[in-house]
Design a protein around this ligand. Structure first.
Ligand code: ADP
Ligand code: MG
Length: 414
């Protein structure tokens, strides 16, 4: 293999390793934060690192003119990091040249600034493109830059085959990187959307049982108010009837309030959560559902504090308790208990329902795995993701026909 081919492979290997670092990093941080957009700063930083590494592992110097695949990170930084990212990259490149060669090429400064302007206008347009167009655009852009460079600087230094090899390497490298970036970006976007879809699904499901449940207190307080209208009612009865009517209305009001605090989108931020309060709220949101399924919820709790996002934690408990209720179509008991050990809070949710086989257990948490006619199979996926984001753990014990026990463990806070 010619030396140039070897050098190209080394350069490409550098980029693929850097890409790997980026994707793994995004994957890990996205578990603890919602994924919103490309992690621009990290990407630009990695591009800068790419340029530096390429500079120190350049291609064969033919006639003393080094050339490398540094144009790949340059293109990526400009397209994905915007003009600020590109400027950061330009400044660090110039700095690198300055400290190693003690030269400050005026051509580089001028063309670099021109590209900053170019990316200022082009990067927003680029980011709105579809995948195929993005691939075509980025590959053409980097190959075009490489062609210009080969033609301008090295017109006599490289043979035609070598130039073609460079062009091929740069297209190939840019293509792989853009495709992988877009692929991982879409992956996280879809996961986020699934989580939101599951929430909407649970909310609409609960709404049905809640409107039913509110009708009961309303009808009964209406009945007592009617009784009050009768002239024959004694003062004592009047007092007690109106108390009952007020209590029933309060009950209806509480159901609506709890439901709304859960259904309304809330700012996502970590806070200290009182386990007892959260469980009581979740149980009261689900009481209409458990009543209609003839399930009795028993709670035994002690005080414990953890940290996390309120609505997400509630969503997690709701999904688990809802599954428990749904596993007992003929009714039964569902037990929720909280205990604490030295540094952790342990929540168990136990039902006496259908249970799961070992194959079902193995697939639990997989998106779209559902054994229910109207199931979405997203509930447990969301549960696993939320628990992971709170740095907790979950274990499941289940026996067909006997029931299921979920044990959640979270680090406790003072
Ligand atoms: P869905 O409830 O929409 O089916 P989930 O992700 O919440 O989706 O649950 C996936 C599957 O796991 C359910 O269809 C059910 O087969 C099983 N499952 C989950 N929790 C329980 C439970 N407590 N008892 C029995 N089976 C369960
Ligand atoms: Mg479910």
């Amino acid at each position: 293999m010619s030396d140039i081919a070897k050098d190209i492979i080394v350069n490409l290997f550098i980029f693929i390793s850097l890409l790997f670092i980026y994707v793994v990093n995004v994957n890990i941080t996205s578990r603890f934060k919602t994924y919103s957009h490309f992690k621009k700063n990290l990407l630009v930083l990695i591009c800068i690192l790419g340029v530096i590494l390429c500079y120190f592992f350049p291609m064969q110097k033919t006639n003393g003119t080094p050339i490398d695949l540094g144009l790949i990170p340059v293109t990526i930084a400009g397209l994905y990091g915007g003009w600020t990212g590109y400027l950061a990259l330009l400044v660090s490149t110039l700095f690198l040249l300055f400290i190693t060669d003690h030269t400050m090429s005026i051509h580089l400064v001028i063309s670099g600034l021109a590209f900053t302007v170019f990316f200022y206008y082009f990067s927003p347009v680029y980011l709105k493109m579809r995948l195929r167009l993005k691939l075509i655009t980025s590959v053409s852009l980097s190959s075009f830059l490489m062609a210009v460079l080969l033609w301008k600087l090295h017109v006599y230094s490289f043979s035609l085959t070598t130039s073609v090899m460079f062009l091929f390497a740069i297209s190939f490298g840019t293509g792989i990187i853009v495709y992988t970036l877009e692929f991982s970006h879409n992956h996280f976007l879809i996961l986020n959307q699934l989580q939101r879809a599951e929430r909407m699904n649970v909310v609409s499901h609960l709404a049905a049982s809640i409107s039913h449940e509110i009708r009961n207190p309303l009808t009964s307080s209406r009945g007592f108010l009617q009784l009050l209208q009768q002239p024959s009612v004694s003062d004592e009865q009047r007092q007690s009837y109106s108390e009952i009517a007020i209590r029933e209305l309060d009950q209806a009001e509480r159901i609506i309030r709890d439901y709304l605090t859960f259904a309304r989108p809330a700012p996502e931020q970590n806070e200290r959560l009182n386990i007892q309060d959260e469980i009581l709220k979740v149980v009261s949101i689900l009481t209409p559902l458990s009543n209609s399924a003839n399930v009795q919820i028993n709670i035994s709790m002690i005080e414990g504090w953890i940290t996390g996002e309120k609505t997400k934690f509630q969503q997690c408990l709701i999904n688990l308790v809802k599954n428990g209720i749904e596993s007992m179509p003929k009714g039964g008991y569902l037990f929720i208990s909280v205990s604490t050990s030295k540094n952790s809070v342990v929540i168990t949710i136990e039902d006496q329902g259908s249970g799961m086989s070992s194959t079902q257990l193995a697939r639990l948490g997989e998106p779209y795995f559902s054994t229910k006619v109207k199931g979405t199979g997203l509930g447990m996926m969301v549960v696993y993701r939320i628990i992971e984001s709170m740095r907790g753990t979950i274990t499941v014990k289940s026996q067909i026909g006997k029931g299921t026990i979920f044990t959640l463990t979270f680090p406790s806070v003072k």
